[in-house]
Design a protein around this ligand. Structure first.
Ligand code: C2E
Ligand code: MG
Ligand code: MG
Length: 722
């Protein structure tokens, strides 16, 4: 502030002093003027006392008057008397110029009437100029002083203006905390008038929230004054006259002046800013739909809970609740109804938890409930079952009753160990176990994976390394054309030849790869392996022109059309016609973004790729989607094929499925065919392809090559070259 005004201060202007010379004789005036000219002052002449008075009346800013005493009419003494009478001219120094040496009384009279000095005629130039110089320098000093005073007054006025108009509140107090100054901005925040606050203690003026009484001497503000230190950027909640709690950000520092010492507080009311920040924080940490914490905040709460649990040796549990097949509700009723349903689910869950428990929405259809301090009679089984049953009760969806189920993964710390992310993953693993067995159940992570949590993570990191090093391989499983007995396709099935554990099967690999997103890279590797094999088989002349290599793809490979990029990259690398490629998708694909999935399937088909729906009937079978899905083949799940011949309903289901699929334009593959009777029934029922151990088990690359060679030989013998 000070600097601002200093820089604006105008420099002192050069001042030219003025001398008035008064004499009734013109020649005297000229002589004097000549004499004074070298001194740099402006010389003004007057031929009489009256003239001099007239000049002074209009311009009284003379440094000196040199005046002849003897003049007709108004003599020097009388003129001086009049000059001294007028307030504007009374300060001007007067030197009398006189020819006559009079007595002492005469001289004294002159002094009384305002003379400062005398010069006698004939004038000694040296004496006169020395005297005049002295007066001129006095005038100069005077002028400087006057300018300085003027500027300082201006500066003080400016300083006050700053204090008055400052947006920050400014309060000054003395060493005892007694308030001696408050600017208007501070009064606005405090909601009080200056007169009520002046003289009070600063702490009583501020009313820090929650403090009934603080002794000034013990306060940090008094300490700052005593130690000559500054408290910078502090935050304080104060209570205003209207009992409003406002948050201020302040700096408080000492002052020391000649008048005394004390402290100055400069503060800003940041209540609105804090409210805004809190709103932003709330929005970024809470789910907009239910108002509960979101995944980010939940992970933070978990971290805190882990610390608490470690410190106080307490246990806590988390139930991860994932609604089963929620996508179906979304598609059937639309997002608005589905959102309303999620709100109702959250409300029901809240009704079944204690006030101290925390509920969060951590995914689209996924909630997490943190149960603190679970020692006292807390039964995770009972709790999880209660949560299941509250979700199982019917919901009103747009006037229609709908039943939904949930998969719950229960995790207890410290049994499960690890950090917040590990706990969330543990919950997801438990949920996926529930979903794999049809959902609507709860799985306790602790029991299922008590000893294998560490194994799980080391398995995942080993798998990551294996994928990085391109160490996965494919086994190939033939699919036979049911009408001709020829090779219809060869399915690529991933395997991990582990140096210690032996050949690891997809049942172990795929869930971990899905959970960790490794499935994308793994999928790319399977595609690359399969294309490379197909290339070598065709190059060797072993590949029937109508057969295809069929590759299993995960829904995750459909995200953002990754699969298309992966296929195109493999095609470019291996130069394989895409009419030789088939992709197996599962119905799970339709549980994510159905529209974009369908679009990608269409794009793939445009490239010449055929699409088969794998494991049909095992999961989320919806004939409605089947109708919409632009697929070529349906693979009936092996669980139906296994049941054939046991006089159950599987025959009817399988036969009807084949018929329906044919009507919808799909060809049908039966997988898991092991027995001759199963094959016979299926051929009878009109199935197009069969696959299973009856024909071969999945084979290594080398075995597949041998199998192809052998088979070609046999077929050659039967049919002649294909
Ligand atoms: P899937 O695609 O339905 O493959 C058929 C599974 O059933 C294979 O098991 C196969 O060995 C087995 N199988 C075939 N015929 C018979 C039979 O007659 N009897 C019996 N008992 N089993 C039979 P596998 O190789 O263990 O694969 C299991 C699942 O893993 C596959 O089911 C597929 O969903 C998944 N999978 C395999 N490889 C990949 C892959 O590269 N990517 C993806 N995303 N999933 C894969
Ligand atoms: Mg398959
Ligand atoms: Mg299958």
């Amino acid at each position: 502030m000070t600097l601002f005004f200093r820089s604006k201060r105008s420099p002192l202007k050069n001042h030219k002093s003025k001398i008035l010379i008064v004499d009734d004789k013109e020649e005297n005036l000229f002589a004097l003027e000549e004499l004074l000219a070298p001194l740099g002052a402006e010389v003004v002449k007057a031929l009489s006392g009256t003239d001099a008075l007239a000049i002074l009346a209009s311009t009284p800013d003379f440094a000196l008057i040199l005046m002849d005493v003897q003049m007709p009419k108004l003599d020097g003494f009388s003129t001086a008397e009049l000059i001294r009478k007028h307030p504007k001219t009374r300060h001007i120094s007067i030197i009398f110029v006189t020819a006559i040496h009079k007595d002492e009384a005469y001289v004294e009279k002159g002094y009384e009437l305002g003379a400062i000095d005398y010069v006698c005629k004939p004038i000694n130039p040296k004496i006169l100029t020395t005297k005049v110089k002295y007066f001129l320098s006095l005038d100069n000093q005077n002028h400087k002083l006057k300018s300085l005073v003027e500027q300082t007054t201006q500066f003080e006025r400016g300083k006050n203006l700053i204090l008055e108009y400052a947006q920050e509140g400014i309060i000054a107090c003395d060493e005892n905390g007694t308030v001696v100054y408050l600017n208007p901005a501070s009064l606005v925040t405090l909601g009080e008038t200056e007169s009520t606050l002046l003289g009070k203690n600063l702490l009583d003026v501020l009313h820090p929230e929650g403090e009934t009484y603080i002794d000034w001497a013990q306060s940090a503000l008094a300490e700052a004054i005593a130690n000559n230190t500054v408290r910078k950027h502090r935050q304080l909640d104060i209570v205003t006259a209207n009992q409003d709690v406002r948050t201020i950000k302040y700096s408080f520092g000492p002052y020391n002046t000649a008048e005394g010492s004390g402290g100055v507080m400069i503060f800003q009311d940041i209540t609105e800013e804090i409210k805004y920040q809190n709103t932003l924080l709330h929005v970024s940490t809470h789910d907009a739909l239910t108002g509960h914490p979101n995944r980010v905040l939940f992970a933070e709460l978990l971290r805190n809970e882990i610390h608490r649990s470690d410190r106080h040796a307490k246990r806590f549990s988390v139930c991860f609740v994932s609604l089963d097949k929620f996508k179906k509700i979304n598609d059937e009723f639309g997002h608005v109804v589905a959102d309303r349903l999620l709100i109702k689910v959250a409300e029901r869950l809240v009704n079944h938890i204690r006030k101290t428990d925390v509920i969060a929405r951590i995914g689209g259809d996924e909630f997490a409930i943190l149960f603190q301090d679970v020692e006292d009679g807390f039964d995770i089984k009972e709790t999880a079952e209660k949560l299941m049953s509250t979700i199982n009760a019917p919901f009103d969806c747009d006037g229609r009753q709908r039943y939904i189920t949930a998969s719950i993964g229960a995790v207890t710390y410290p049994d499960c160990g690890g950090d917040a992310e590990n706990i969330i993953r543990a919950g997801h693993i438990a949920i996926s176990l529930s979903k794999q067995s049809g959902g609507n159940q709860w799985v306790e992570f602790e029991e299922e994976f008590k000893n294998s949590t560490a194994d799980y993570y080391s398995f995942e990191s080993e798998l990551r390394e294996c994928i990085t090093r391109h160490e996965t391989v494919c086994y190939y499983h033939p699919i036979i054309d049911a009408k001709t007995g020829r090779l219809g396709a060869m399915e690529a099935l991933v395997r991990w030849p582990h140096p210690e554990k032996g050949l690891i099967m997809p049942g172990k690999i795929i869930p971990v790869a899905e959970e960790s997103n490794l499935i994308i890279d793994l999928g790319a590797q399977v595609i690359d392996n399969a294309f490379a094999q197909l290339k070598s088989w065709t190059d060797a002349g072993l590949w029937p022109p109508t057969a295809r290599v069929t590759i299993n793809v995960s829904p995750k490979q459909f995200q953002q059309g990754i699969i298309i990029t992966q296929i195109k990259a493999a095609q470019e690398k291996h130069q394989i016609g895409l009419h030789l490629i088939e992709l197996e998708i599962t119905e799970n694909l339709l549980m994510s973004d159905i529209e974009s999935a369908i679009q990608i399937v269409k794009d793939l088909r445009k490239l010449g790729i055929t699409i088969a729906v794998d494991d049909f009937g095992s999961g989320y079978s919806s004939l409605m989607y089947l109708k919409e899905l632009p697929a070529d083949k349906i693979k009936i799940d092996q669980s139906f094929i296994r049941g054939l011949g046991s006089q159950g309903k599987d025959e009817v289901v399988v036969k009807s499925t084949i018929d329906l699929c044919h009507k919808l334009g799909f060809s049908v593959v039966a997988e898991g065919v092991e027995k001759r009777e199963q094959e016979a029934f299926l051929r009878q029922a009109g199935v197009d392809f069969t696959q299973g151990f009856r024909y071969a088990k999945p084979m290594s690359e080398a075995d597949t090559l041998a199998w192809l060679k052998k088979r070609n030989k046999i077929l050659d013998g039967i049919y002649g070259k294909a």
